[in-house]
Design a protein around this ligand. Structure first.
Ligand SMILES: NC(=O)c1ccc[n+]([C@@H]2O[C@H](COP(=O)([O-])OP(=O)(O)OC[C@H]3O[C@@H](n4cnc5c(N)ncnc54)[C@H](O)[C@@H]3O)[C@@H](O)[C@H]2O)c1
Ligand SMILES: N[C@@H](CCO)C(=O)O
Ligand code: NA
Length: 440
């Protein structure tokens, strides 16, 4: 058998320990498939003495992980530390500049610095792979960049954050409280070190921006993702959605209008992460727990659905090691499918022109005239209301604001925004309204 692929592993937390366990259990099978063994030779983490349930005695320990880049005995560095900047980025830059391969699960770093790292990788002939960074164990990047390479991708959307999906589906199934379910997601190893990245939608936005670059051949543009998280969703919204025939899911969605680019200008890139109402008979409605799903619509293949575990030690390790197998086999396409210099510039699309149906929820003072005030604002903004529900909810107590919601007919998003601007100063509203669009 050929020489081993020698790995230095930075980070021995949920994912890092998972990689060690996977290679220990499936190492022989993987060596046969890759044509050569994959061997961890060096490791680094913050705390050398911590009990991780794995034996580290056979590995060369380094307190400073950035030293990996200079080790002759290392072919590929695997970065499983996290953080968009700081030591992870220093390690990534040094590794690629030294011509060594880099495998990472770090979507924050790729979303912020992916273009720079891709250019560095290409300039130094070094492979850069990050399958674990998007949708965990699902081979979504490979499916899109390789399996769907023959297609123009019209639209890409899906459930990209396991923690949020776990929270939303558990709350709906059991009526459990948001904070309680989040604590369980953290204990299961799904959540980011700062779970604000999950619940505010930032983590899903990192992944969406990466997928969009691969799908549309546009330069990675995380900054222009329109992001809304799940923190404002109440049990009452979940109940209202259910009564209307929907479930609530945090969805990342992107499309790209290339007409401008074809006329010599720039492509218009739409990227949004937000909670959506998903019809109960839609394939994404049945995606529960930490499962993720990615839908890609190609102009020849039609609709592809990739589904599987989006977080957790085993599934994420599976994606990390699949990248190592590709490197061992010499299958190293450009990091974003096209060479970095060919990724096209784009401008963010104006969401106001997009059409959708929307669920709009208000917490209102329970007094006469409030509903008339809301419907008048909708009328004045030209928004057509399909249904309006004021429904008692078990959380309510006398004198407390009441949850009322409406569903609009299909119309430009700017219309709902105009109506809510008209209501902005209204003393009848106890908090800002919540808008969730219906997934079409
Ligand atoms: N947990 C998941 O399900 C999952 C899924 C996909 C991607 N990811 C990504 O994988 C990466 C790791 O996530 P995790 O859940 O394993 O995190 P974790 O917090 O469990 O582990 C992080 C590890 O990095 C080490 N570390 C931190 N700072 C370090 C430093 N300066 N030098 C050396 N080691 C250092 C810690 O000691 C720890 O061993 C993150 O980028 C995360 O976003 C995680
Ligand atoms: N915190 C992330 C981990 C996987 O990227 C999630 O919950 O999806
Ligand atoms: Na993946």
């Amino acid at each position: 058998m050929a020489e081993p692929l020698r790995i230095a592993l930075a980070g021995l937390g949920t994912v890092g320990a998972g990689v060690i366990r996977l290679l220990a259990e499936n190492g022989e099978l993987i060596a046969r498939r890759a044509g050569r063994p994959i061997e961890v030779v060096a490791v680094s983490a913050r705390d050398r003495g911590k009990d991780r349930g794995i034996a580290l005695a056979g590995y060369d320990w380094h307190d400073d992980m950035t030293a990996f880049a200079a080790l002759d005995a290392v072919d590929v560095v695997v970065e499983l530390v996290g953080g968009s900047d700081g030591p992870a980025l220093t390690l990534a830059r040094k590794t690629l500049a030294a011509g060594k391969g880099l495998v990472t699960a770090n979507k924050a770093m790729i979303a912020h610095h992916g273009m720079e790292l891709a250019a560095l990788a290409e300039a130094n002939g070094a492979p850069l792979r990050y399958e674990a960074a998007v949708a965990g164990g699902i081979p979504a990047i490979k499916g899109l960049a390789e399996g769907a390479a023959a297609n123009r991708i019209e639209r890409i959307y899906g459930i990209l954050n396991g923690t949020c999906n776990f929270i939303l589906s558990e709350m709906a199934a059991t009526g459990r409280d948001f904070a309680d379910v989040l604590a369980e997601a953290q204990a299961l190893g799904f959540a980011e070190a700062d779970p604000g990245f999950d619940i505010e939608g930032t983590d899903a936005a990192h992944k969406l921006a990466i997928l969009a670059a691969i799908a549309f051949g546009t330069a990675l543009d995380f900054a222009s993702v329109d992001v809304t998280g799940i923190a404002r969703i109440r049990a009452g919204d979940i109940a209202q959605a259910r009564a209307l025939g929907y479930v609530i899911r945090l969805i990342g969605i992107a499309d790209c209008d290339l007409a401008g680019q074809e006329a010599g200008g720039e492509a218009q890139l739409f990227q949004r992460v937000a909670p959506y109402l998903v019809p109960v008979d839609h394939p994404l409605a049945g995606v529960t727990g930490a499962t993720n799903a990615v839908v890609a619509e190609g102009n020849f293949v039609g609709r592809l659905l990739f589904q599987g575990a989006g977080a957790g030690d085993g599934p994420t390790a599976s994606a990390v090691v699949a990248d190592l197998v590709d490197i061992a086999r010499g299958n190293t396409p450009p990091p974003f499918s096209l060479p970095a210099a060919l990724l096209a510039a784009s401008v963010p699309a104006d969401p106001g022109h997009r059409r959708s149906r929307a669920y709009v929820r208000f917490m209102v003072a329970d007094r006469p005239g409030v509903l008339a005030e809301i419907t008048a604002a909708m009328r004045d903004a030209g928004v057509s209301i399909e249904s309006f529900i004021q429904q008692g909810h078990p959380d309510e107590e006398d004198g407390q604001p009441v949850l009322v919601s409406m569903v609009t007919h299909d119309g430009p998003e700017a219309g709902v925004a105009r109506a809510l601007a008209l209501l902005e100063q209204s003393p009848s509203l106890a908090e800002a309204p919540l808008v969730m669009r219906l997934l079409g």
